[in-house]
Ligand binder design. Structure first.
Ligand SMILES: *[C@@H]1O[C@H](CO)[C@@H](O)[C@H](O)[C@H]1NC(C)=O
Length: 386
C-alpha cells in the first residue's frame, strides 16, 4: 500500500520534472537552505545528490569555480591516485562510498578553516542535461571578546574591548545594563587573511554593568563579555560639624554624591549607634546626598560612619568633643578622614564568558581642623553650658 502511494505521487511529479529538463540543457540548483555555517575546526558535510546511481559516473566539487576540491570518476578519485586536487584540501576531503548507489555525491571536509569559506559547486558534467548544485559554506571563527580598563579617574573609566581572530567581520558594541548602545570612538579594525582584529573603546561615567557585545550575523552568532564599573562618586568623604540651635548642640554629618546609597551612622567611642535627630536624603541621578544629625549629650570622640555594603566600602570621619576643652572656650575639632578600603568585586556572566574585574583602592587621608576660639555659632553655648 505504502509503496503504491509513493509511486503514484512520484508519477504526478514526473511531467513537471520532464518539462523542466526539456527547457534547458543544464540544471543548476541553488542552495535553497541558505549557507552552511560551521565553526572553524569542525567537520562539515556538503550535500549533493541526484536520483540515479552515481557509482560509475563523474562528479566534480569545486570551490569558487576554480579550486579542485574533490573529483570522482567511476571509482577513481583524489584519495586513491587521481591528481589535480588543490593543496588547500589535500587529505581533508572524503566521499561516502556506500551512498553513491543512492545518487549521493556528498563530501565531507574535515578540520575546516576560515579560508574554506566560499561558494562550492557539485557538478555532473557528463549527464544530459548537465547538473550542477551550488552550496555556500561559511566557516566562522567566533572568539569571545576581552575587556580591559585602560584608564580611570574618580569620575570616569575608559573601557576597551578587544576581539581577536574573528571571521566573518563582527559588529562590536558597548552596552550598559539596560541594553543601550554606548557612544564609542571609531573601532580600530585590522584585517589579516579574512580574520578581523577589532578594538573598541568607550568612556563611562556611571556605576553600572557594561558589556561588550560581538555579533556575527552571517553565522547567527553573538557573544559578550561583561564588566562592572564602579565610578568613585562613592568615595564620599563625610564632613562633620557641630551646629548649635536653641542651646542644643547637634552633630551633623554630610555625605555627598554617594553611589550606591550608603548607610550613615553616628557612633560614640564605644561603638554605640547614636539616636537620629534628623535624616535628610536627596537623590540626584543615581547618587545620594545624605545629612544626618544627632544631639550632643556628652564628652566623647564621635564618628560618622558611611557604609556601602554592595561595594565593601566604608569611610568615616571623627570629631573629638572635649567638654573641658570647651569650657576653656574652645572647640578642638579633630577630624580624621580615613578612607579604609574600596573593594569592588564584580562578576558578570554573559554568553558563557565570566569576567571578573577587581578594583582595589587603599587611600588614606588625614585632615586636621582647628576651629578658631572666636568661632561664633558652635562655641558660645557650649561655653555657657560648662
Ligand atoms: C548523503 O550522505 C550523507 C552522509 O551519509 C548524508 O549526510 C546525507 O544526508 C545524504 N544525502 C541524501 C540526500 O541522502
Amino acid at each position: 500500500m505504502v509503496n503504491v502511494q509513493m509511486t503514484s505521487s512520484a508519477m504526478k511529479l514526473l511531467p513537471v520534472a520532464c518539462l523542466c529538463l526539456l527547457a534547458c540543457c543544464e540544471d543548476t540548483f541553488a542552495d535553497e537552505n541558505g549557507p552552511v555555517v560551521v565553526k572553524e575546526g569542525s567537520d562539515v558535510v556538503l550535500r549533493c545528490s541526484i536520483d540515479i546511481n552515481v557509482e560509475s559516473k563523474l562528479f566534480d566539487w569545486k570551490k569558487d569555480g576554480q579550486k579542485e576540491v574533490f573529483m570522482y570518476d567511476a571509482g577513481v578519485h583524489y584519495n586513491n591516485g587521481r591528481t589535480g586536487q588543490d593543496e588547500q584540501f589535500r587529505g581533508r576531503v572524503s566521499h561516502f562510498k556506500d551512498e553513491l548507489k543512492h545518487g549521493n555525491a556528498s563530501i565531507k571536509i574535515r578540520n575546516t578553516k576560515v579560508a574554506d569559506s566560499g561558494d562550492y559547486s557539485c557538478d555532473f558534467p557528463r549527464l544530459q542535461p548537465r547538473k550542477r548544485f551550488n552550496i555556500k559554506l561559511v566557516v566562522g571563527a567566533a572568539p569571545e571578546p576581552s575587556i580591559k580598563i585602560l584608564d580611570e579617574t574618580k569620575d570616569w573609566s575608559l573601557l576597551q574591548c578587544v576581539v581577536r581572530d574573528a571571521s566573518p567581520q563582527p559588529k562590536v558594541e558597548w552596552k550598559d545594563s539596560s541594553g543601550n548602545i554606548l557612544p564609542a570612538v571609531e573601532p580600530l579594525i585590522i584585517e589579516r587573511g579574512g580574520r578581523f582584529y577589532i578594538t573598541l573603546n568607550t568612556t563611562v561615567t556611571k556605576t553600572d554593568h557594561y558589556s561588550c557585545v560581538v555579533t556575527q550575523e552571517e553565522i547567527g552568532h553573538q557573544t559578550d563579555a561583561e564588566t562592572y564599573v564602579h565610578i568613585n562618586g562613592a568615595a564620599s568623604e563625610p564632613s562633620v560639624t557641630t551646629i548649635k540651635t536653641d542651646g542644643v548642640t547637634v552633630l551633623q554629618c554630610v555625605v555627598k554624591g554617594a553611589s550606591p546609597k550608603p548607610k550613615v551612622e553616628w557612633k560614640d567611642s564605644s561603638g554605640n549607634i547614636l539616636p537620629v535627630k534628623d535624616l535628610k536624603e536627596t537623590e540626584r541621578g543615581d547618587s545620594y546626598d545624605i545629612v544626618l544629625q544627632t544631639t550632643l549629650t556628652k564628652t566623647d570622640n564621635f564618628r560618622c560612619v558611611v557604609t556601602q555594603e554592595e561595594i565593601n566600602h566604608q569611610i568615616y570621619a571623627e570629631i573629638d568633643l572635649n567638654i573641658n576643652g570647651l569650657s576653656a572656650g574652645a572647640i578642638a575639632g579633630f577630624v580624621v578622614l580615613s578612607l579604609l578600603l574600596v573593594v569592588a568585586i564584580v562578576g558578570g556572566v554573559g554568553g558563557g564568558l565570566y569576567i571578573k574585574h577587581l578594583k582595589k583602592e587603599n587611600r588614606e587621608k588625614y585632615e586636621e581642623k582647628r576651629e578658631p576660639q572666636t568661632e561664633p555659632d558652635s562655641s558660645t553655648s557650649l561655653k555657657e553650658s560648662s
